[in-house]
Ligand binder design. Sequence first.
Ligand code: SF4
Length: 360
Amino acid sequence: MDEKYTRLDSDEVMRLITERKEQLGGEVCILGHHYQRDEVFRFADFTGDSLKLSQQAAETGAKYIVFCGVRFMAESADILTGDDCAVILPEMSAGCEMADLAAAADVAEALERISAVAGDTVVPITYVNSSAGVKAVTGRSGGACCTSSNARSVFEWALREKDSGGAGGAKILAAPDQHLARNTAIAMGYGLDDCVLYDPAAENGGLTDEQIRDATFILWNGYCYVHQVFTAEQIEHVRGERPGIKVIVHPECPREVVAAADLSGSTEQILRAVGDSPAGSSWAVGTEVHMVHRLAADNPDKYVRLLSDTPAVCTSMSRIDPPHLLWVLDNLAEGKIVNRISVPEDVAADARAALERMIS
Ligand code: SF4
């Protein structure tokens, strides 16, 4: 980004973004993830979780999609849109630390190692919060993607007999979020003993052949640092402070937090639960702070707080700031595309197979 953008007054940046958006009209569609900072989120044409936004991206018909999220989201949008649509990430360093914990080559190696012990009974299930490369390995190996709202249905599909429309697996390799996978396994009625942790940094994933044979869920040793901020003690504390308060957390939170909460759900499910609750309700919410603050502002008749006293910020997503947004729009107004996210077609085809298997 040209340095001049960092020297602009913030009101001027806001004014210029509005002007460029008007100038570009329907050619550009700005997507804003729920965790995005307010100064950027306010310019979004569509807001939502990562998959909803990618699907919306495919339907807008816009020539340019400016994705105010993180890299894996822009990759999914590129995979699901045609070549005539350019997907732009305003700041290339806006990655996802959880996605970065699973490299495609490591996931492929893990699948090979597990298959060598357990035969072809393992089905890879990849959380959409992963790189296009990991999605492609999954698609190539007969697996599917999942989101935090459909993980259970996808896990059930993976373990269902082929005759009944499932993938006919006996085991799931779930990457990259161990917590979403463990919480899903428990919700399906499995025990903690049915889950083992695969550590890509350890020899053989840190697992013996026996552990692999005995497990139904092989969980990748990945996590989201934002959701590790929340603890069961905080839940006890907010309940002591405000009796009757309901606690809802994202399934990327550790097992003990989800177990102690009243409810757990994806960002969209959290928005609905709080939004549909009666006036006067009290909520403590365990997910990214920008979304929680907006949820509180949108529900002035309810008490809504962040579960923790310490902020839970997705700093990666916050790297997309108004100057970067203005910079990409200025370039588009001059007919130049900067920061385009383009997934190579061979990777995109396999990744699309994993995404489409999830959707179907
Ligand atoms: S909140 Fe966590 S999982 Fe989501 S984009 Fe940020 S780092 Fe990645």
